[in-house]
Design a protein around this ligand. Structure first.
Ligand code: AHR
Length: 339
């Protein structure tokens, strides 16, 4: 972690005094999540990476973040010599369910999945359990009983939403009317990022008011479309935009510019992910802050898969390292971004 980020994290911990902050995560899991380095092979006698056959049921390619996650999974598999069966569900839950069934039929060792929405998974995960194949949630969780999955590798979405609200409140001097662009309806990060932001308003930022809130499906195109509609309805009344991901924020920036206002100045924008596009927008002065959500989960995923394939146990939640980046550090941080 950069020195400046450490200082910012330290200040955030002191000022915010949250029981658990993104900055604390950074200390515990930094190396594993920020690097694409392969992890240690297991002790003699067990399976090695080159024996592993792993299925991964990806959601699709809806955002820069998702593409980075896919690249991390594929690159790690190649580096480690794992046989990866990869499926892109093109945003459809039924395609993810089909992929899991196909992985079961092929008797893979472990299945990784980023469930597109939280509900509707019990039957297919029970089938995996009956076949003795462990399920790992990568990035997103499903609302199923504990016995149907082994671990969740990913972020604290509630905390991300909470931190986004704190940044928004600081930028608006504690008061303002906010438009919320939500992620995919029913998706874990959309539900929890909303929850976190609202919890922060209730607890620490009572001067912020959510004027309106609608899904932009985590995509740039939908973020722009929804923002255009909000601008028609609320126009100059909008003080801030809280977008559940950077892609929707970038779509909103385009809508605000076309409307004739200055994003980042006339309307403050805070989003989540920390993709390169967000850093470029911050350098241009059009996006105010991004709360990082780390997509480089490949190394942790395969490490957990190998442990499980060898009959071992892993933590129920393997957390990601996250920072918070605002305009003032964007130019300096941009060259260091890995996604
Ligand atoms: O589940 C993580 C979210 O999904 C990311 O924030 C978003 O960009 C992606 O599409």
């Amino acid at each position: 972690m950069k020195v400046i980020t450490r200082i910012l994290c330290l200040v955030a911990v002191i000022v915010v005094a949250l029981p658990l902050t993104a900055c604390q995560f950074a200390v515990t899991t930094e190396e594993a999540t920020q690097s694409e380095q392969p992890v240690e092979e297991p002790a003699a006698g067990g399976k090695t990476y080159s024996d592993l056959v792993v299925g991964f049921a990806q959601i699709g390619a809806e955002s820069e973040w998702r593409t980075a996650e896919t690249n991390s999974i594929k690159a790690s598999a190649e580096e480690l010599g794992v046989e990866l069966k990869f499926s892109d569900a093109q945003q459809q839950q039924e395609n993810q369910i089909k992929a899991v069934r196909s992985f079961i039929a092929q008797q893979v060792d472990v299945i990784g999945i980023a469930p597109v929405v939280e509900s509707g998974w019990e039957t297919v995960f029970q089938e995996a359990k009956d076949a003795g194949i462990p399920i790992i949630f990568v990035d997103r969780k499903a609302a199923v009983s504990d016995d149907l999955y082994t671990t969740f590798i990913g972020s604290d979405f509630v905390l991300e939403g909470y931190n986004a609200c704190l940044e928004m409140s600081k930028l608006l001097g504690g008061e303002g009317k906010i438009i919320e662009l939500q992620g995919t309806t029913g998706a874990d990060p959309a539900i929890e990022r909303k929850e976190g932001f609202e919890a922060c308003i209730a607890k620490e930022a009572p001067g912020l008011e959510i004027l309106d809130s609608q899904t932009g499906d985590f995509t740039r195109a939908k973020g722009k479309e929804v923002m255009e509609a909000f601008l028609k309805t609320y126009g100059q009344d909008i003080d801030g935009v809280y977008a559940h991901n950077d892609d929707m924020a970038i779509g909103a920036i385009q809508a605000i510019e076309e409307y004739g206002l200055k994003p980042g100045e006339d309307i403050i924008i805070v989003s989540i992910d920390g993709v390169r596009g967000a850093f470029e927008a911050m350098v241009e002065g059009k996006l105010n802050c991004t709360v990082e959500c780390n997509p480089l989960l490949g190394p942790q995923f395969f490490e957990a898969a190998l442990t499980l394939a060898n009959g071992g146990t892993v933590d129920r939640w393997i957390k990601s390292n996250e920072g918070i980046y605002c305009m003032d550090v964007a130019a300096q941080e941009l060259p260091n971004r890995k996604y």
